[in-house]
Design a binder for this molecule. Structure first.
Ligand code: GTP
Ligand code: MG
Length: 150
């Protein structure tokens, strides 16, 4: 059962894009198993992006990510980590294909509205950083057989 961590960043929340972004993952067929609105502290934002701490844009990234509430989510489904990254599009919205979330809704890298885990290890790490076990719902979708063969 593959799961990934997705977060709508403060710009996505402020710009009223929560419903549209959630709809893209829902309509694709993925299952929402965790969801909450959280205003991260700068310390927490720095922990979330710990692997980028040596980069020159890190202080600006931490300030941006902690600048307002984010919608933290866990999505489940076959190949959801990689396919989720495809739905999101390239890091730089200028390079993101039209039809992807970043390609359709934003313009610059420092305001790219959404985060998605980039691999199995980061997904596991980020889900445990953001969610307690009892905040994740292990539920069976009634339409499962219309989305998968078995
Ligand atoms: P996330 O899903 O947010 O992790 O983005 P990503 O995996 O597509 O890219 P990466 O993890 O390399 O960078 C994390 C975030 O830092 C990006 O989404 C951008 O918001 C920001 N970022 C990355 N590179 C740059 C850069 O060169 N300049 C600026 N200003 N921001 C950057
Ligand atoms: Mg990343």
């Amino acid at each position: 059962k593959e799961r990934t961590f997705i977060a709508i960043k403060p710009d996505g929340v402020n710009r009223g894009l929560i419903a549209d972004i959630i709809a893209r993952f829902e309509k694709k067929g993925f299952k929402l198993v965790g969801l909450k609105l959280v205003h991260p502290t700068e310390d927490f934002a720095a922990e979330h992006y710990d692997d980028l701490k040596a980069r020159p844009f890190f202080p600006a990234l931490v300030k941006y990510f902690a600048s307002g509430p984010v919608v933290a989510m866990v999505w489940e489904g076959k190949d959801v980590i990689l396919t989720g990254r495809k739905l999101i599009g390239a890091t730089n919205p200028a390079d993101a294909a039209v039809g992807t979330i970043r390609g359709d809704y934003c313009i610059i890298m420092g305001r790219n509205i959404i985060h998605g885990s980039d691999g199995a290890d980061s997904a596991k790490h980020e889900i445990s950083l953001w969610f307690k076990e009892n905040e994740i719902a292990d539920w069976e979708s009634a339409v499962h057989k219309w989305t998968y063969e078995k």
